[in-house]
Write a protein that binds this ligand. Structure first.
Ligand code: ATP
Ligand code: MG
Length: 430
């Protein structure tokens, strides 16, 4: 069966909130809407101001809604790795039906069984991602539905998140008038679109350089084995430039995007620009070589952290090399610098979908694909992410934008289809 599902992903980043509406089938993805908005309530990948974050989410959602002229109701939220802990889990059940044919119910039970595990009180289980099923001793089964067996086992990845962080994310999405359809781990999502099967099998590191954080995740033998976050990113480069050029953060950000180069040997002396010095009206001229020295120093520091962390994971060699993605990768020279530092094969990953060809959309696109895949394995059915606009409701005036129409709406209660997510929402909101 090749059912299509319109899903909406929500990536609440430090610099931008990104919304992607996509029609997902087993064969691929068709992007039908995108929305991005400045993110004002985030620092280093974590929410620091709920009101501001809600407002940013609403702006991005409304922009995407305008593209398709429909209302977004349900979203799949991606969470970054900074407060996330991964552990392997294992569940065993006896196949329940008399015919011994494995069905949805057995899969649900084995996934539930794998969560009977003690976790610290300040943490909450977000989801379980099945990695392989074992039927009567036969392993490496992706989907055991329809097979015959007596004993069903599942080996998976259990994801837990700090309660406070998860609460903040869910609260913001809820207050923006949206239902959380699923929660997806960003590194797993990004791996879905940025990495090839071969790379994941050989052993590869995926490095997502965002504004407030850099996320490293390592895949070996087809599975993600670890992820961690270095709290440094594009914002630090901007700050360094603003100090070095004695200019405002805003101007430094523009200079970085328009003239930035991450690799000094390839930067050009004859690419020049002028910026206003802070505290005066004077403009001063600089060239690309000077700013690339500042940028390269900061990125090299970030890459050094990445290399050390990978060593600490006990991995001395990654035959699949390094794959770089995230907004900062838009800057020329990142790959060259990374090759110098990591001394192995490095490539960048730019999504190939029309309208979202920039590396900051890797997570959002991957969220749609990963959630679809994972739902299929777990036997979950997603509600459509979008619905018709409610014509009866008045469109808010400009001065009333603080409280858009979606905020006053009563949300329909969903049926209990996803035990973990439901438990989480009950825990925090009921
Ligand atoms: N052309 C460009 N040159 C240099 N940097 C760029 C360019 N385009 C975007 N960036 C930088 O990329 C960063 C944003 O990337 P991204 O959208 O992936 O981050 P985020 O998801 O908002 O943050 P995080 O993942 O850390 O929470 C910003 O620091 C921005 O300045
Ligand atoms: Mg991000």
């Amino acid at each position: 069966m090749n059912r299509s599902n319109v899903l909406v992903s929500l990536d609440i980043g430090t610099s931008k909130v990104k919304v992607i509406i996509g029609e997902v089938t087993n064969d691929g993805l068709n992007v039908i809407g995108v929305g991005t908005a400045e993110s004002n309530g985030m620092k280093k990948g974590a929410i620091v101001d709920i009101d501001q974050t809600v407002h940013s989410i609403q702006n991005a959602i409304e922009q995407a809604e305008r593209m398709i002229d429909m209302e977004i109701k349900n979203v799949i939220v991606s969470i970054n790795g900074s407060h996330v802990h991964l552990q392997s889990c294992h569940g065993v059940v006896a196949v329940s039906s008399e015919t011994r044919e494995i069905g949805d119910e057995d899969i649900r039970r084995v996934i539930d069984a794998s969560q009977v595990i003690s976790i610290p009180p300040e943490r909450e289980i977000v989801d379980v991602y099945p990695q392989q099923f074992v039927v009567d001793g036969q392993d490496e089964i992706n989907d055991p539905r329809g097979m015959i067996g007596v004993r069903l086992e599942m080996h998976g990845l259990l994801v837990t998140c700090g309660k406070t962080n998860l609460h903040n994310i869910l609260k913001c999405v809820e207050r923006a008038g949206l239902e959380v359809e699923d929660i997806c781990l960003q590194p797993l999502a990004a791996g879905e679109v940025a990495l090839s099967k071969d790379e994941k099998n050989l052993g590869v590191a995926l490095v997502n350089i965002g504004a407030g954080s850099t996320t490293v995740s390592v895949f070996v033998e087809g599975q993600m084995i670890d992820t961690l976050v270095v709290p440094l990113g594009g914002d630090n480069i901007t700050k360094d430039l603003s100090i070095g050029l004695k200019t405002t953060i805003e101007e430094a950000e523009n200079v970085k995007k328009d003239y930035g180069h991450a690799y000094v040997p390839e930067a050009q002396k004859d690419v020049t620009f002028s910026v206003t010095t802070i505290g005066s009206n004077e403009k001063k001229e600089f060239d690309q070589v000077l700013i690339s020295e500042i940028i390269e120093a900061r990125l090299a520091e970030i890459f050094d952290f990445v290399r050390k962390e990978i060593r600490r994971m006990g991995l001395l060699e990654l035959p699949g090399g390094y794959v770089m993605t995230g907004g900062v990768v838009n800057m020329p020279g990142v790959t060259e610098l990374a090759r110098d530092i990591f001394r192995t094969n490095v490539r960048t990953s730019f999504p190939t979908y029309i309208g979202v060809r920039e590396p900051q959309f890797t997570v959002g696109l991957g969220t749609l694909q990963f959630a679809h895949q994972n739902a299929k394995i777990q036997g979950k059915v997603f509600q459509e992410g979008i619905g018709k606009l409610n014509q009866a409701e008045p469109v808010p005036s400009m001065e009333n934008r603080e409280k858009p129409r979606r905020e006053q709406k009563a949300k329909p209660k969903k049926e209990d289809k996803e035990p973990i997510l439901k438990k989480l929402q009950n825990y925090f909101f009921d």
